[in-house]
Write a protein that binds this ligand. Structure first.
Ligand code: IVH
Length: 701
């Protein structure tokens, strides 16, 4: 049936058609993803999938749990349910040394009392562990490792992974079993994802928006992706999965190898890199082979896993508190390359922190060309005793930014000199400072050191702060260079005429190339409009935007709730600030010192004059829902400070009384509330709200 004629299709027919399309499409999915031997075109596949989707939406009662339509994603999960693992998800003991592997083999031999045993060696895939539960051949649940005893149910997201069978192939399989494996993003897919971010950034830059950061590594990206609420995005990330463990109550298989064969023939993706070894020398040969060849694989690997093959032997050896005694992992040493240190440059961050950067002779490392590496701070340079002209070992862990791990002293030429760490800022020539106990040098010239000024403005306009989307770092740099602004407050004095057709030059930091740019009329209009619009941003985000050290989004919210106005916060003492729920000494010190700076106060005055919100006003969510309701607040709360809670009540139009009377409607009770209060409330028939009921009332009203 090609065309679906719903009018003539009876229920029985629809059911049959749904069943047959489900089987057929799952089979084609298997041929495509597991066998790499598709038998139908993508177009045909998609057409049939759409046909199935339509039928399922018209006859939802017949949709099967293993329907291939769930691969497309689209379902949203707000909170993943935490579920207990039937079999704990243990980790492996690991080693970097071949000697320790020989020791491990010795322990196995001793434990079993024989040398008649085998190992299965596998690659250790660097991804995210997953446990899959199959009931009657159908994928029932996909659970993350979590703490090993319980994890998150991420079935909806797992179903989007095409190489995970939704239904077991073949007729013979145990009624209930679990498989474990590693979800990963292939190297190619990870590069593609970052390329798409780079493309997006080009567009953002052209529109004057700040860039989005690249994904750091495939493993973390996989982990983040699996926890996404929108399974549609998960599906688009094209994750993959290798399975390497089988578990059931019946011990169906006698060896690990047999269980791998079962998984292969049941449609699971088992990496064909495993090998049976009968001696530790064979294991070592396997390691040597894959240490070389692993870079050719599409998946990141960070070692190998050695498992005793016989399940009876595994049970005999058992477990320590944390790890099985029948398996161990050997970790590959991070890949390194030898190259020349040509120079050390210094970067100045938004807070004035100086980071030394190694400028290297370009070298190929784990598939990419490396030109720069971080040297972190002066101590690190000292520790390595690295000198310009030295041959250095560069390593790349899972991260994008490589690091220098050692210097090849044998090849050091005569006459090299110890690096003299800079004492003045490379950007503004101010003398650097280094606080007691801190590794980093700082440039104290907050007011006029260009990267600090630029960095602070970038932070001010960023999404979580003032969200001035039409501005980007290049344009701000242009404004600063032209002397149009000196700080973030300066943005509010800009007029359309100031920036329309503004011409400025831009220098590429890497190449030194100079490009001319100009602001077109339309962009100029957008910029002025979005600056104007930012005046509506609530106080807590403006406070966050000021870029006070250690004052992140949540801290800014707490401070705003507590002090209500910027003036009260400015005049607050250290002691008053530490009294705010969850605010410690380090933050309080930083806030006090920020407001001691005259320039900061001047900027705040300018922001006030420009009409920004510098006090908590009834936010969009605040309303009069508590109008006419009187609360008494007592005790200590977990997620609110007491004043914060009182302010929330007031913001919603409620009244806060200090003692319980017949006029009280609610007693909001935290922990440590005295028994007398509770008694009184009970005797007057007053409703007592605990913290979560209060939150509910707040959110539902
Ligand atoms: S077997 C009882 N095999 O490494 C141990 N693990 O620390 C069962 N991993 O959490 C694990 N590749 O996420 C096993 N071929 C492989 C593996 C592997 C990667 C991960 C897994 C586990 C961790 C062990």
């Amino acid at each position: 049936m090609n065309e679906i004629d719903l009018f003539s299709m009876d229920k029985e027919q629809a059911k049959r058609q749904i069943e047959s399309l489900t089987e057929e499409l799952n089979h084609h999915n298997y041929l495509y993803y597991q066998k790499s031997k598709p038998e139908i075109s993508d177009y045909e596949f998609d057409t049939r999938l759409k046909e199935l989707e339509k039928l399922e939406s018209d006859f939802p009662e017949f949709k099967l749990p293993h329907s291939p339509t769930s691969r497309v994603g689209g379902d949203i999960t707000k909170d993943f349910e935490t579920v207990a693992h039937k079999y704990p998800m243990l980790s492996l003991g690991n080693t970097y040394s071949k000697e320790e592997l020989v020791d491990f083999d010795g322990r196995v031999k001793k434990g079993l009392g024989t040398d008649d045993y085998e190992y299965i060696c596998e690659l250790k895939f660097d991804g995210v562990a997953i446990s899959l539960k199959y009931e009657n051949g159908i994928l029932d649940r996909g659970i993350t490792r979590g703490d090993g005893t319980k994890g998150d149910d991420i079935t909806t997201n797992v179903k989007t992974i095409r190489s995970i069978p939704l239904k077991i192939r073949g007729e013979k399989y145990p009624a209930s079993f679990e498989v474990r494996g590693e979800v990963f993003m292939s190297k190619d897919q990870f590069i593609k994802l970052n390329e798409s971010v780079e493309k997006e950034n080009e567009i953002r830059e052209a529109e004057g928006k700040s860039p989005v950061t690249l994904y750091a590594n495939a493993r973390n990206t996989t982990s983040g992706t699996l926890k996404m609420q929108d399974s549609g995005i998960v599906a688009s990330r094209k994750l993959d999965c290798y399975l390497y463990s089988y578990l059931d109550d019946a011990n169906t298989f006698e060896t690990h190898e047999e269980s791998l064969h079962f998984l292969e023939k049941s449609g699971f993706n088992v990496s064909q890199t495993y090998r049976k070894c009968t001696t530790i020398d064979e294991v070592l040969a396997y390691i040597n082979q894959w240490d070389q060849e692993r870079h050719k694989l599409s998946v990141e690997t960070d070692g190998i896993v050695i498992k005793v093959n016989s399940i009876a032997h595994q049970s005999e050896l058992g477990f320590t508190a944390k790890n099985p005694r029948w398996a161990i992992s050997y970790k590959f040493k991070a890949e390194s390359a030898l190259t020349r240190l040509n120079d050390i440059t210094y970067q100045v961050g938004r807070t004035g922190a100086i980071t030394p950067v190694a400028e290297l002779e370009p070298v190929l490392l784990a598939g990419t060309t490396v030109k720069r590496a971080s040297l972190h701070n002066a101590n690190e340079i000292e520790r390595l005793d690295v000198r310009i002209g030295d041959s250095v070992n560069v390593e790349k862990g899972g991260e994008i930014i490589p690091k220098i791990t050692s210097v090849d002293l044998t090849s050091r030429s005569a006459g090299t000199q110890k690096v003299e760490y800079i004492s003045r800022c490379p950007e503004c020539d101010t003398e650097l400072i280094r606080k007691e106990g801190e590794a980093q040098h700082y440039c104290p010239n907050q007011e006029s050191c260009p990267p600090q000024v630029l960095g602070r403005i970038e932070h001010f306009i960023s999404r979580n702060a003032l969200n001035i989307e039409s501005l980007g770092p290049r344009t701000i740099k242009g404004f600063l260079n032209k002397g149009l602004i000196h700080n973030a407050a300066g943005l509010y004095s800009l007029k359309f005429e100031d920036i329309n057709d503004l011409q400025f030059e831009e220098t590429d930091e890497e190449t030194g190339e100079v490009t001319k740019r100009s602001i077109k009329e339309k962009s100029a209009k957008n910029i002025i409009e979005s600056i104007e619009k930012s005046k509506e941003i609530p106080f807590e985000r403006v406070l966050f935007g000021l870029g006070i050290r250690y004052v992140g989004k949540t801290v800014a919210e707490k401070l705003a709730q507590h002090f209500v106005t910027i003036d009260r916060l400015i005049s607050a003492s250290f002691d008053e600030i530490v009294q705010v729920h969850e605010i410690g000494d380090r933050i309080a010190e930083s806030v006090v010192s920020f407001f001691e700076n005259k320039d900061n106060i001047q900027m705040i005055d300018a922001l006030k004059d420009a009409g920004l919100s510098l006090r908590v006003v009834q936010s969009e969510h605040a309303d009069d829902s508590f109008k006419g309701i009187t609360f008494v607040v007592s005790g200590v709360f977990e997620s609110f400070g007491r004043d914060e809670l009182k302010n929330l009540i007031k913001q919603h139009g409620g009244k806060v009384a200090s003692s319980i009377s017949s006029k009280t409607n609610y007693l909001v009770a935290g922990s440590n509330m005295g028994p007398a209060k509770k008694e009184k409330a009970d005797s007057l028939g007053i409703t007592i709200l605990d913290e979560s009921s209060f939150r509910e009332l707040l959110e539902n009203d």
